[in-house]
Design a protein around this ligand. Sequence first.
Ligand code: SF4
Length: 382
Amino acid sequence: MEELIRRCEEIVRDVSFPTVRRWKAEHPQGKAIAYFPVYAPVEVIAAAGMLPVGLRGAGDRLEIQHADARFGSFICSIVKTTLELGLTGHLAPFDGVLFSSICDSARNLCFVLKRNFPELYVDFLHLPHNPESASSRAFLRSEYARLKAELERLAGRRIEEERIREMIARYNENRRLIRALYEWRAEEPHRIRAWELYVLVRAGDVLPVEEHTALLREAREGFARRQVKPRDSIRVILESAFCEQPPLGVIRLLEDAGCYIVDEDLTLGRRWFREDVPVNGDPLQALAESYLDRSVASSVRHDWRYPRFRALLQKVRARRAQAVIFLIAKFCEPAYFDYVLFKRELERAGIPHLLLEFEEKMYTFERLQTEVETFVESLLFD
Ligand code: SF4
């Protein structure tokens, strides 16, 4: 089990994308399409015979030397490290990069990348912000059809509907396994550490879905065999790290400081749907309707039918959490906008919460550690 988790950690940390290079060597005609967080219709990319790869910046593995000149200092780190990956040749294994309408910074990065890499296929998906409108369904389906046509042009062949349905079934299976692991972790948090589940799920960003599904199954069996004693910890929900990812050390720190992380929104795109995407009928319509009706709550997706603060409160209750820790990337506007609403609702409901800020490049965690330990102690000895 430890070996499997170590392998996942290695995969996640390596910004030379060895798994993508290996896949391309095995598929000489194959193309790799990276997608920026949070969500992308990976099924359509995979159905084109391409490898969809979740791109999540470079973390602390790359010194920013060029990207600073293209962005202001008040921009989140993932935007800069993603551009730095491009400017230093790390995106060479990719034939395209896909963005979507999550925030202004991501939108700008898309077009900065496009201008700097004219030979690369760079596309921007407009995901609708009004799921209540009947037009949103037709609009999103047409947006997916446009993406499909672009991928067909790139691949030089048609993408059959049957193949998209097949991929939907494979990703459904993958997401089902992840959901089950999350459920299990919430029930027995001492058995599955949050940082382990995180690297395990995130490894799926850079692996073919079938390979990742096999890994998840192996992990499930490994976790089941594990004998671990429960610790004296408080149950917390970790919220707001849905795009830029915190250093692994921060997740470990939270657990070591006495938190059982019983749910979080890290790597949210890998478990974007609350239930399976239908595999019958028009697959693009099924993906569009699933985005509008079956998505998890997120600060980058607006749904007035079910406000995000209500989803957070429901998550707290369903997971029997005692507190919420907001872990927000520095300069992340969607997370900070929502924090104001979340805070108000948690205070109304009498649920303790703590706000922490992180950057990809953090090497010392003493201040965070003190804040978390004080918070945990205040709840344990209340
Ligand atoms: S971290 Fe926040 S601000 Fe930065 S790209 Fe992601 S959603 Fe946008």
